[in-house]
Design a protein around this ligand. Structure first.
Ligand SMILES: [Zn+2]
Length: 58
């Protein structure tokens, strides 16, 4: 499963891979593939839909 997120630092749309088996609600840090700034990701899964919130990690 993948999702497109917009990087809050550089504005690029980046496709990320999601793991629905890691739990219905997940929070983790991942670096932007484009500008390498760290994202703080909040992912929640409902049935086969995912919602992703992204902000810059401090
Ligand atoms: Zn970026």
């Amino acid at each position: 499963m993948t999702a497109d997120v917009q990087c809050p630092a550089c504005g690029e749309i980046v496709e990320i891979v999601l793991d629905p088996h890691g739990g219905s609600s997940q929070e983790y840090v991942e670096d932007c593939e484009v500008c390498c700034r760290p994202w703080s990701l909040r992912v929640s899964f409902r049935e086969d839909m995912a919602s992703v919130e992204v902000e810059l990690a401090s």
